[in-house]
Design a protein around this ligand. Sequence first.
Ligand code: GLN
Ligand code: ZN
Length: 757
Amino acid sequence: PRVGADRALKRVTESYWRGEATTADLHATAARVRRENWEALRSAGIDEVPCNDFSFYDHVLDTAVLVGAIPPRHAGPADDDESAVRRYFGMARGTDGASPLEMTKWFDTNYHYLVPEIGPDTDFVLDPRKPVSELAEALDLGLDARPVLLGPITFLLLSKPAPGAPEGFAPISRLDDLLDVYAELLATLRGAGARWVQLDEPALVLDQPEEVLAATARAYERLGAVSHRPQLLIATYFDTVGAALPVLRNAPVEGLALDFTGPARSNLDALAAGGGLPGKRLIAGVVDGRNVWKNDLQASLSTLGRLQGFADVVVAPSCSLLHVPLDLALERQLDPQIARWLAFARQKVDETVTLARGMTGGPEAIRSELAANRADLASRASAPMTRNAAVRDRVAGVTPADLRRSTAYAARATAQAARLALPPLPTTTIGSFPQTKALREARAALPTGALAPEDYRARIGAEINRVVGIQEAAGLDVLVHGEPERNDMVQYFAERLTGFLTTRHGWVQSFGTRYVRPPVIAGDVSRPGPMTVDWASFAQGLTDRPVKGMLTGPVTMLSWSYVRDDQPLGDTARQVALALRDEVADLEAAGLAIIQVDEPALREGLPLRAAARPDYLRWATEAFRLATSGVRDDTQIHTHMCYAEFGDVLDAIVALDADVISLEAARSDMAVVRELADADYPAAVGPGVYDIHSPRVPDTAEVVALLDRALEHLPAERVWVNPDCGLKTRREDEVIPALAHMVEAARQARSRIAAAG
Ligand code: GLN
Ligand code: ZN
């Protein structure tokens, strides 16, 4: 984890953004975090440490800067450190004059990267300052350090065509020019003392067409031929390497890193079938970097034993440890009987070292660790928490009728229109309102007793009242309560459902300085009582306009938690869906006419390999329908999704059978609207017309233009007007004018439509 102990990097970065910390403060904290991470690895017994894995915001953005892929709107001086840092954060967050890079999910994780923009004229120029100086820091500490770079193939495949690039232009067509820069970089790093350089190519675990495999072969042919280069290691992770394996095996590089966990376990057979990796070093990822379960040391040892039969093996985690929390030892509140099932980053490092000892010294060398590990795993398998008979019976009793609404969309739409009486192009928001420091402090003060429960409730009630007032004043049609009582959209529910564990310090980077604490689904899931009904009905009681009930969907609950690895995901999803179904029923009974069930993670949960997707999409859409289909026709179900390319899940979006979907669209210029129209999406759509990822306040004309784009593809009676996502990361002084512009844009569009008859 890059953030460091006590989230030091987040603190200093945000303080820099507020104009308090200086660039020097920023660098000092960053250097300390890097040093502490390296020292921790060294003292755990790791032989070779990564460097350049640090980032102030995102490693894909770092790579864009490294190769000079700076969009012209962000061009500006960057020779001195001040201006380089300013330009960097400008690309990430936008500036007054220039929108930021688009942000999207990193493979199937909840980490977001910034999408580089590459055009025919992008002038690749090497700026090696970051990897070179971080290498120097590590070498100064006497470490054997290996710079980690995003590989050229993955970098280009994750990029998008720059604005203005000709139709059909593909960034990968710039490979040869980019390779010039990588070749120069490799020589530079060798000159700076790197023995090995790691090139991450996770894009190779996706189903790539023949041309990409050929381009990969050509790229590494070229980089392998650089004279005076470090030894090269190509790393893939998150899934099987598949058809890219022969390409990598034949590449003139000295090492490969492969994942042998989860769905990637079959890399083992593929490797064995292909005759191993003669002459290459194999970094064997046997410690799962994507989950928090304790490693099965015995099983990993046997994997390593087999691998040793055909390669020179080095033991490692399966991927960067960015995706797990830092240290389980900080979670002192966890029941020790449950904590013994878990491993966070520090513990995974220890497991890696233990396995290496077991691999070289034989099982006797780690006899006591093996015995303790066996007992820990057995205690989990036999714990009552992991098998609740009532939950299991209810899941087994789900019928096909429970999985769909009794009436088709058109008839429901009529019933809902009659009940809700909304204007055309209704305006709404996605749920959360700005989360102030005072609110966070109030939430934190409740469990410690520093704030009495009745004072806390008064505080939240006042906030909801205020937020309802803001929305009425802004002229919004469908209101929200603002979610002030929620720390996080998943954690809030996890704290109210059985089977979920939550952590105190388990922060994991989502994007930039935004960190989340994913809960752990450790046991069977059920709902002891209503979770959201009080505040939802309180809010509805404050206004005549409809207020949306606000829930997090089953797929997102799973995607943003660490999931059980001892039963199929679909089974866990059904348990969560049944708990939500009861909540939906309670909200409806309390008089809420609209219930939004957010599924922002539907797309990211999609398995990376196409072969595994149909099964996922089946259980994922079924779980959503199980949660939402118990309502009356005139109760309107909304869903919300964000930050993703939707192309691969359009059919699933249709299959959710929601009445209204709001989606992220502003940064990608409404592309999703056309896709939905092309897929004959039958229901209503609220494409985001206000990019909430940036502090910029859009003006009315800008919103009108986006709305017009949407109306080119969708009939006005099925269009809603809303921001891209919740407003909780924004400031109130940005949100209030932005919502006013949004409402005004909707009014203008309405009168134009009315005038046109
Ligand atoms: N209702 C949530 C909010 O407004 C949705 C957040 C999300 O999609 N990530 O914050
Ligand atoms: Zn969202």
